[in-house]
Design a binder for this molecule. Structure first.
Ligand SMILES: CC(C)(COP(=O)(O)OP(=O)(O)OC[C@H]1O[C@@H](n2cnc3c(N)ncnc32)[C@H](O)[C@@H]1OP(=O)(O)O)[C@@H](O)C(=O)NCCC(=O)NCCS
Length: 180
């Protein structure tokens, strides 16, 4: 397990899947805001439900986020589109509703940075988020991510186009204990 100040990032357990499915996938608005793909209903016993770990994919590393103190499941985190030639990857995370607003987000981003830069030797990490997702923007910026641009009207979200902000962090600029 990888540890931050308050959270741990561990492998996805089978018991995590129905909880993440109900609280993150089945919440259509959260899904629409956090995921670039269209929402559709998926049965719990579907062949490849969201959040289940599929066969190993070199470009996609999923984690479950847990509370370090008690081990409670807090959400999901992922390094995706890992590109070993350009040594870059994207970060994604989603916390359970009960875990939001408590400062876990920045800690999860910090642990994903440690995984990307230290464990995987990547050079660049990237985040795209809706321009009104202040909690995500702040969680990224506290770890040193900088806004590199706005992707105008790039996300179709529940009936309207929204801007996304592109944030990046280079290994050389990363300060492991910053989180200011
Ligand atoms: C986005 C997410 C990961 C952020 O994690 P979090 O732990 O809930 O973040 P917090 O509520 O602690 O907020 C982080 C910071 O943003 C600030 N913030 C949050 N909402 C704010 C608002 N509306 N206005 C001003 N500041 C705000 C908080 O005060 C906090 O500031 P601090 O770091 O200076 O203390 C989490 O809310 C989540 O999973 N949301 C649903 C899924 C999602 O949007 N995923 C991201 C997709 S790209």
């Amino acid at each position: 397990m990888l540890s931050g100040g308050k959270v741990g990032l561990r492998a996805r357990h089978e018991d995590d899947v129905p909880i993440l499915h109900t609280e993150l996938h089945d919440d259509v608005t959260t899904h629409a805001r956090a995921n670039g793909r269209p929402w559709r209903p998926v049965a719990r016993d579907a062949k490849d439900p969201p959040f289940s770990v599929k066969e190993e994919d070199e470009r996609f590393v999923p984690f479950s986020v847990v509370d370090l103190a008690g081990g409670t499941l807090l959400g999901s985190a992922v390094l995706w589109d890992i590109d070993t030639h350009n040594r870059s990857a994207h970060i994604g995370l989603g916390l359970r509703p009960s875990a939001r607003g408590k400062g876990y987000g920045a800690d999860v981003v910090a642990v994903l940075c440690h995984y990307g830069f230290v464990v995987r030797g990547l050079h660049r990490l990237q985040i795209e988020t809706l321009s009104d997702n202040i909690a995500m923007l702040r969680s990224a910026e506290r770890n040193g991510f900088v806004r590199e641009g706005v992707l105008r009207s790039s996300g179709w979200v529940m009936g309207e186009f929204m801007d996304e902000v592109l944030l990046g962090l280079l290994a050389q600029d990363w300060k492991p204990d910053a989180r200011d």
